[in-house]
Every structure is written in C-alpha cells, then in structure tokens.
Design a protein around this ligand. Structure first.
Ligand code: URP
Ligand code: ZN
Ligand code: ZN
Ligand code: ZN
Length: 476
C-alpha cells in the first residue's frame, strides 16, 4: 500500500486546530508533524498539497435511509448513489437504519440490509436495527446483533400502524439494551395523538402539505421525548433522540442531562435552517419540505443551535430519505398523508452546518468537527478508529477550502433525486478532496472512488472505550 503525505493544511479535530502534515500508510494515519521532522519516514510518499485548506476528519452521518421502502415507494438513493453523494459532501461513514417488521427474523432483516450495501457503498457503513416488537425471540436474538457490531437499536414512537411501537416494546428494549451495551434511539413523536389530529384534518378536507406540519405539533414531540426519557430512567438505560426539531424536545433532553441521565440528542440541517412556511409553497412544492417531525416556526432554530453549542444536543444527522418530487412526493397531491416523508441531505449536511454554523459564528471550528463527526464516532462505538485525525486512526480525511462560496442546486448535486431543499442557497466553504481509509474517493471535486470499496463497520458496544490496536503511536 502506498504512502501519502498531506502537506501544508490546518488540521482541525474536536480538540485542536494546528498546522501539520499528515502521513498516511495504507489505510491509517501513521504520523502527524512538521514535514522536516519526519523526512525519513515520508520518503517516497505521494505529496498532497493542502495549503489554504482545513484538514478535517471525515464526516460521520449517523442517520441515513438508503434503498428504503417507505410510504408505498422506495427512496430514490440507494447505497451506491447515496454514499457517492455523501463522499462529495465530505462524509466518509454513515449509519443506516435496517428496517424490520413484526414476525420477521432479525437475521433475515440484517441480511437484507447487508445485501443492499455490500458491493455498492463507496464509503464505510454501519447499521442501526429497528425494533418492531420485543418478544422473547427478538430480545434473545439481540445478543448476536450486538456481537455483530450493530450496537444501536431504533424504536419508532410514531407512524401509527406502520412502524410505531408501544411503550412496553420501548421499555423492554431499553432494559435489554442496558444488559447488552446497546444505545436505544427513538423517533420521538406521539403517534396516537398525531393519528387523531390527522383524521380530524382529513374530515375537514384539510389535505394540503401544510397540514402535515399542523397535525404534528411541537408538544407531540416534547411529550414523546419526555416519555422516552422517563422510561430510560426507569430502565437505567441509555437513549439517543434522533432528529430533534423543537424547543419542547430540547428542554426535555436538557433536563435529563442535568440529572445525569445517559440521554443524547441529534438534530438535522433542515431544522436548523428551514421553517414551516416552506410547506405552504404554491404548486404543491410544499411536499418537498415534508419531514417528520415537521419543520417548525423559525424561532426554534436558534434554540437548536444553542443546544448544539452548549452540548445539550451532540450530533447532526442528515436523515437522508430522498424521494423524487415527480412520481414520489406527488403521490400525496390530494392527501398530505400520502406524501412520502423525508428529504435529500446526505450531500449538503456537512457544508450547510459549516456555513450556517462556523461561518456565521454560531459554533467554533472544533465544535463543527465534534458535531459532524467525533461525537457520532464516540456514541456509536467507532472512536478513535473513526471521528478524529490521530496516529492509528483510519485515514478518513476531508480537505475543505473555507475561502470559496458555492450555490447548492439539484442541477449540480450528486444525489439521485430531482430537487434539492436548499436550491439556490449560497454556502461558504467547499469540499475539495476526500480520502476514505487512505484512498481518494473525491479528488479535486471529482469522484475517483470505487463502488463496493465501503466496508461494514463492526461497532463497539455503548460505553466501551477501545484503544487503537495499531502500532504504538510514535510521537515526533
Ligand atoms: O421524514 C422523515 N424523517 N423520514 C425518514 C424516516 C424517519 O422518520 O426518520
Ligand atoms: Zn510509523
Ligand atoms: Zn424518524
Ligand atoms: Zn430517519
């Protein structure tokens, strides 16, 4: 395997910002220092000029739905197009949600998801496992699931009659997760209340996209978040709330963390930058902005930024779940409940957060790395192999030019979908090159990766803190 030397950039981790060169040997970072200090080791290495660039650890997107059947259709992006777009955007690892259904064997569900990703992904991937029911058979099988490196389990508290699980299922799963060392994730919205509000809306012929948001009020998210936290406390377990969208949910998480509970939260770029008014766009364009939870009134955005800044929320996921406007979102033209939920964000997650967060002074450069990479690696059992730039870590590295602007558009994005929710938005900074385990995937903004090079990440248990198994770090 060849050596590479990334020269002249500014290395940024969750902890530090410093000028240094990075020596890569094969898949790993093997030395960090000033070029002159390790000239012997770098002999024969290919030099990569990073001057003018930040050198970030590759982004980790802890929340994606690729090749997923949902709402009577299947997401527009699969593991090939989705991970390629992710790489263009500076992401080198994803964790995708493996769906299950009642009565299905867990083994079969995981095999299905492995088959979707294997041979297709261009970057590394892990899986979260959805829990549809918590009977003895499922709870027993979870031991093998965790051993296999699938160390996070997802329970939906919404989508009644589709994915929704009851409190007993959530509670039993929390207890089992505590025994096994898994992190429980919840989609926290009160599905029963939402179902009632939806029926009421449809009876009143309120069928436009805006009613998607109006039938899923912030309090329904706050209530479910609080309930999941209470059950976690009762079980003495650990909880990660996905796609937090509103102040009511942030408040519940803040209180829990203040009490010392193992409770964590993720938000997404859309909740930080877009608001409920998008759903009222004419010509059914509002359907492009249908997510669950829905976009909120604009004032929630600063609450979310503040929660990220203050460590109440730890991560940013894209919740990538792309559906074309034509033929897919359009399924709900006469009934908002038939609009497939979700949007395409895997590609722009990293740079929207950089631009709106760092460039606008809301978060620091190091906090940016923490929330887009490091914290996800730590919470989901991948650190320090992933999520940082350190001797012995995987050489998952992004060269990022902060001194240019770019305009987001579906015409130039790489996702396999016909619109972009950030169409026309100007962002500061752009991804120039991306290495995944030491190999270029993106080089000078061009894709040079290989389909199938992405590997399954066997993740550690929640709370386990592995050390680097590679050669002893040698300090220069
Ligand atoms: O609207 C969304 N979030 N779609 C993806 C599925 C989910 O709930 O995460
Ligand atoms: Zn060495
Ligand atoms: Zn969800
Ligand atoms: Zn999701």
């Amino acid at each position: 395997m060849s050596k590479k030397l990334i020269r002249g950039g500014i290395v940024v981790t969750a902890a530090d910002t410093y000028r240094a060169d990075i020596l890569i040997d094969g898949e790993k970072v093997v030395a960090i220092g000033a070029g002159a200090l390790f000239s012997k080791e770098t002999e024969g290495a290919e030099e990569i000029n990073a001057s003018g660039c930040y050198v970030f650890p590759g982004g980790i997107d802890p929340h994606t739905h690729l090749d997923m059947p949902f709402g009577g259709t299947t997401t527009a992006d699969d593991f090939e197009t989705g991970t390629r777009a992710a790489a263009f955007g500076g992401t080198t690892s994803i964790i995708d949600f493996c769906l299950t259904s009642k009565g299905q064997s867990i083994r079969e569900a995981l095999d299905t998801w492995h088959a979707k990703a294997h041979g297709k992904a261009v970057i590394d991937y892990g899986f979260h496992l959805m829990i549809a029911e918590a009977n003895d058979a499922v709870l027993h099988q979870l031991e093998d699931v965790v051993e296999e490196g699938v160390t996070s389990l997802k329970v939906f508290m919404a989508y009644k009659n589709v994915f929704q699980a009851d409190d007993e299922t959530l509670f039993k799963t929390l207890i089992r997760a505590k025994e096994l060392g898994a992190l429980i994730q919840v989609h926290a919205e009160n599905g029963d209340v939402i179902d009632f509000l939806i029926k009421e809306a449809l009876e009143n012929e309120q069928t436009d996209p805006i009613y998607h948001a109006l039938t899923r009020p912030p309090m329904a998210e706050g209530e479910a978040t609080g309930r999941a936290i209470a059950l976690t406390a009762l079980a003495g377990s650990q909880l990660y709330v996905v796609h937090v969208s509103c102040a009511e949910a942030v408040q519940r998480i803040a209180e829990a963390r203040e009490k010392g509970l193992n409770v964590y939260g993720e938000t997404c770029p859309q909740y930080l930058t877009l608001d409920i008014s998008e759903l009222a766009r004419p010509g059914f364009e509002g359907a492009k902005y249908v997510w669950s939870p829905p976009l909120r009134e604009a004032w929630h955005q600063e609450v979310l930024w503040s929660a990220l800044k203050n460590g109440i929320l730890q991560t940013i996921g894209s919740d990538q779940c792309s559906f074309n406007f034509k033929g897919q979102k359009e399924l709900g033209r006469n009934d908002f409940t038939k609009i497939p939920n979700g949007g395409p964000l895997i590609e722009d997650r990293f740079s929207v957060v950089y631009s709106e967060g760092v460039h606008k002074g809301r978060i620091s450069l190091n906090q940016f790395v923490d929330i887009t990479s490091t914290k996800a690696a730590k919470l989901f059992g991948m650190f320090p192999q992933k999520g940082t730039i350190a001797v012995g870590s995987d050489a998952d590295i992004v060269l990022f030019n902060p001194n240019v602007t770019r305009t987001i558009s579906a015409k130039t994005h790489h996702m396999n979908v016909d619109y972009n929710p950030f169409e026309g938005k100007e962002v500061h900074g752009e991804v120039v090159s991306v290495l995944a385990r030491g190999e270029f995937v993106i080089r000078d903004k061009k894709f040079v990766g290989t389909k199938g090079n992405g590997r399954f990440i066997k993740r550690h248990k929640f709370g386990a803190s592995p050390t680097l198994k590679e050669e002893q770090p040698h300090v220069l």
